[in-house]
Ligand binder design. Sequence first.
Ligand code: CTP
Length: 396
Amino acid sequence: MPPRGRELILGVGGGIAAYKSADLLRRLQDHGFLITVVPTRASLNFVGKATWEALSGREVHEDLWKNVSSVPHISLARSADAIVIAPATADLIAKIATGRADDLLTNIVSASASPIILVPAMHPEMWLNPATIENVKILRSRGLLVIDPDEGRLTGADSGPGRFPTSERIVHEVEDFLGSKADLQGVTVLVSAGGTREPIDAVRYLGNLSSGKQGYALAYAAAKRGARVLLVAANCEQPDIEGVTTIHVKTAAEMLEALSANFASAQVLIMSAAVADFRPSISSDQKIDKSELASLTLIENPDILKTLTARRLQGQVIIGFAAQTGEGGSEKAMAKLKAKGLDAIYVNDVSGGAIFGEELTNGSILDSDGTISTVATTSKDSLAHLLLDVARNKLG
Ligand code: CTP
């Protein structure tokens, strides 16, 4: 099964609604999609390349004849998990329906095996033209999603079906369409998130920088894919996710207790939490005098993963995380995978506090079979899907 990340190509057709696609791009980014914009030449009359480069933060490709040696239409087609064309003009719809490929965008479409979503926007006469109706029918019969336009006021005094839908509706339909493959239905996924805090006294604790974003992304993605999800969250600020059972904990001991209680009912455990390896040997309900801090001694916390892998039931898939800095990160992570009895581990380089609290991540997925897959900078949401793909494949 190919990885199902969140790399999108946003194709922009030559209609006035191209300006609304700028907002759509932002809303798709809010939902964790990483976007490469491919405007048609005609669309650049409405919105220029600089706007797309600034909004996407990426190079914008529009010319089939540039960088020919890197075969951009094939590499872009392969890198995209989905293609959204917004606005899709009557001309683009006709070209795609007949398989024509005479510019970069239509070449990418014809070379892609990924889901394709069209957001038509045009005057009602063009939307209701028998040729357009026929072309839309053909595209839908081939499995493309063609979103119905809204009804209402268009350019000038015209009114009728053909308006570009709201960004909210498009994002909702895109999410629904891409998430429709509920490949984790019937599976219980247990996820840990955040960072444990080990109290020293009434106001102080030993803690770490973990924000919980990755764990929440995992829980959200697993729920979207149909899993029953139990999330054990340590000191996270995110709101609870609808449909996900969340148990809030503070310390490593509480996390171990919550995970232990639910481990036997789960088929997948993904341990993304940063667990404090040590806790203070004493912790006071009162605020202690600072002079006592210098003599603070520590006790080692139980290794939650090791404790649970020792109790592993047949068929359970267990994935860990490793935060490394400096050279030799993969080797150290592979040693952790073996020592902790994991099926896979995601290793990221957190030198200088990188990745903690951020939206993006990069690193490598190490599999117990020895394979290493590099994860180039991507959203935590995308990584969540990649790790769930690993778990899904191992579940068989
Ligand atoms: N882990 C755990 N129990 C602990 C400590 C860590 O279950 N007491 C889990 C973490 O949730 C993570 C993995 O083990 O999935 C990380 O392993 P660890 O050996 O702690 O490595 P790092 O966090 O990368 O850091 P360090 O090597 O400094 O310990």
